[in-house]
Design a protein around this ligand. Structure first.
Ligand SMILES: Cc1cc2nc3c(=O)[nH]c(=O)nc-3n(C[C@H](O)[C@H](O)[C@H](O)COP(=O)(O)OP(=O)(O)OC[C@H]3O[C@@H](n4cnc5c(N)ncnc54)[C@H](O)[C@@H]3O)c2cc1C
Length: 344
């Protein structure tokens, strides 16, 4: 590093603290570049596909998000483990992403590696137990169960997430949720490199909450669902009926990340409150409160993450002033730079 260009010190600075902080920044930058190089070399050595400066808008149902420094596409569970371990080893900030259906990526993208799980799709059915890889779309898992005459995942048909994302979020709909049927879950602890199997009862599930969401650093590798024997045609009929309800109520023809806010209480419907506050159709840039379901913000064309964030702020303020209720967001904003939450 003898020929590196040192940053020019600001005028009037005679060194001391300023020089030290510049030096610290340069060292950080150098470590960062070395970390990236070594990470990429590890991916190449393991034959794991990756791309640089990949636009995240193509990987999020909101169709919003700038470039990720590195986008990684493991083909199977072993490659997923390897990718996460290498990112940890070389100090590269990373996030695991399933179908990106609950995420708002930043307009500036993601400084670090986004590791996509969508190819991790193993399947095993033993008796009443369905075990699937984390990247399997939830809807496909529900269909596999139905075809095998197994009941319990009907509620999840139509939730556009992956199995890993659904476990992370304890996804639910129409009176059912993942915690009702999850028997156990295999996870990679990125801090220790260990693979652990955690029973459903120890997953600390709550409303859209789980152990990996609470503690961070845990990557869901696969999930085992304990289902009940049922009639394939009846199960499929139930799934069709629930899908019909989704199609009639939700703006599925427009990009979104689903319900923006968490329910403040089981019997309080945020969409109705937003509608009654007169905010249906309100717009900031390309982000719009859906005219079909006011609990959704849709990308009506060219929306930026900043537009969505501003609109969320407007809704929160209005609901607080109209009802005295402080709304919390359900969708997850992924900041461009480290927010201290890494390794998930
Ligand atoms: C039209 C629409 C309708 C929706 N309806 C519903 C609904 O009815 N009910 C509901 O609950 N949700 C709903 N959602 C939201 C979303 O589909 C769910 O939250 C889903 O479970 C997210 O899964 P995902 O794979 O897309 O996760 P992502 O959006 O990719 O990620 C979400 C979080 O999970 C983490 N994650 C993803 N995979 C893993 C993994 N393998 N290990 C560890 N962490 C991981 C990510 O790091 C991130 O923090 C809807 C969304 C849309 C767009």
């Amino acid at each position: 590093m003898n020929n590196r260009i040192l940053p020019v010190l600001p005028r009037g600075s005679s060194g001391g603290k300023t020089r030290l902080s510049w030096r610290k920044k340069v060292i950080e930058m150098e470590n960062h570049i070395i970390g990236y190089r070594e990470f990429e070399a590890a991916l190449e050595a393991a034959g794991i596909e990756y791309r640089k400066n990949e636009l995240l808008s193509g990987y999020a149902t909101f169709r919003i998000g700038g470039p990720a420094d590195i986008a990684v596409f493991p083909k199977n569970e072993a490659e997923l483990e390897e990718s996460c371990s290498a990112a940890g080893l070389y100090g590269v900030r990373f996030i695991a992403v399933g179908n990106g259906s609950d995420l708002l990526f930043d307009d500036a993208g993601f400084r670090g590696a986004v590791i996509f799980t969508s190819s991790v799709r193993s399947v095993a059915i033993e008796g009443n137990m369905l075990t699937v890889g984390c990247g399997m779309p939830l809807t496909v898992a529900a269909k596999l169960a139905a075809d095998a005459g197994l009941s319990g995942l009907e509620f999840s048909f139509g939730i556009p997430g992956s199995v890993g994302g659904a476990v992370f979020m304890n996804a639910g709909a129409y009176g059912g949720q993942i915690s009702d049927v999850l028997s156990s879950c295999r996870m990679l602890n990125t801090a220790t490199g260990e693979i652990i199997t955690v029973p459903g009862s120890e997953m600390r599930f709550g409303y859209r909450r789980s152990l990996p969401a609470e503690v961070g650093g845990l990557i869901v590798l696969s999930a085992s669902f304990e289902l009940k024997t049922g009639d394939s045609a009846e199960i499929t009929g139930k799934m069709r009926e629930l899908m019909g309800r989704r199609i009639s109520k939700q703006p599925l023809d427009m990009p979104s990340a689903g319900s923006v806010f968490r329910r403040p209480a089981p019997d309080i419907f945020v969409g109705k409150m937003i509608e009654d506050s007169g905010l249906k159709g309100s717009r900031v840039g390309g982000a719009e409160v859906s005219n079909k379901h006011a609990g959704f913000i849709v990308n009506a064309g060219g929306a930026k993450a900043e537009d969505v964030k501003k609109l969320v702020g407007i809704i929160k303020d209005r609901i607080y002033s109209d009802y005295g209720v402080r709304l919390e967001t359900e969708i997850e904003y992924v900041p461009e730079k480290d927010d201290g939450v890494t390794g998930r």
